[in-house]
Design a protein around this ligand. Structure first.
Ligand code: GDP
Length: 221
């Protein structure tokens, strides 16, 4: 059997027109729509959407804040009680940005974890308008077991996912390349992994234009 290895690359450039589309998309209206706790609570599947998944503390709220430039948005998802919900934000009428519950939080009661895992599984497998999942990976920690579990779920659901490295400002100089190599090797184990990785820092603003462009490419025709 021939094994074809996919060379993962870092998204460092995009066409200026696409970057501008991304900038405009996120400069426009972006509103919290609702927190969803069950499949029948999902908004009508009438426009494309992208979702953000990641371990608790990976920097998901900070990234959504930084992308949209609106602090109140991430506050909406981080409000106690909302952290276990699928939170929907509308980018004007163009598409939805979906904030999935952070996973891998050891303190959460098992029954609760099982409930949201089931919701997550059904959402990922059944949402026809889901264009792509963005799976956030902490630059210092790399791909952990729970990340592999989500990625395997995405493989099985045939949902394309793109890795987004967060907190790229954190690793000490010299260690970053090494961790990127490890992330690439881990991604290569997943059929649904998109071959381009976005490297971001919400703190420094790095990579945000690339991520906005990647989302605009998926949501704007
Ligand atoms: P969430 O649980 O995934 O929503 O994570 P948060 O957005 O709340 O971030 C978790 C912690 O990481 C907070 O202390 C943030 O200040 C910090 N953080 C998030 N993004 C960055 C980043 O780009 N750089 C640095 N240095 N810290 C970050």
């Amino acid at each position: 059997m021939t094994v074809i290895s996919v060379p993962f690359t870092i998204m460092t450039e995009a066409e200026p027109e696409l970057i501008e589309r991304g900038r405009k998309l996120f400069a426009g209206p972006c509103d919290f729509v609702k927190g969803v706790v069950a499949m029948d609570g999902l908004p009508a599947a009438d426009r494309p959407e992208v979702c953000f998944a990641g371990r608790s503390n990976v920097g998901k709220s900070s990234l959504i804040n930084a992308l949209t430039g609106r602090k109140a948005l991430a506050r909406a998802s981080n409000t106690p009680g909302r952290t276990q919900e699928i939170n929907y934000f509308a980018l004007g009428n163009t598409g939805y940005l979906v904030d999935l519950p952070g996973y891998g939080y050891a303190q959460a009661p098992l029954a609760k974890v099982e409930k949201w895992q089931e919701l997550l599984r059904r959402y990922l497998a059944g949402r026809v308008t889901l264009a792509r999942a963005f799976v956030l990976i902490d630059a210092r920690h790399g791909v952990k077991t729970v990340d592999h579990e989500i990625m395997t779920l995405l493989d099985r659901s045939a949902v394309s996912f793109q890795a987004v490295i967060t907190k790229a400002d954190k690793p000490r100089a010299g260690t970053f390349d090494q961790s990127l190599t490890a992330v690439k090797a881990d991604l290569a184990k997943h059929a649904a992994a998109y071959p381009e990785i976005v490297v971001t820092s919400s703190e420094k603003g790095d990579g945000l234009d690339m991520l906005r462009a990647a989302i605009a490419r998926l949501l704007v025709e």
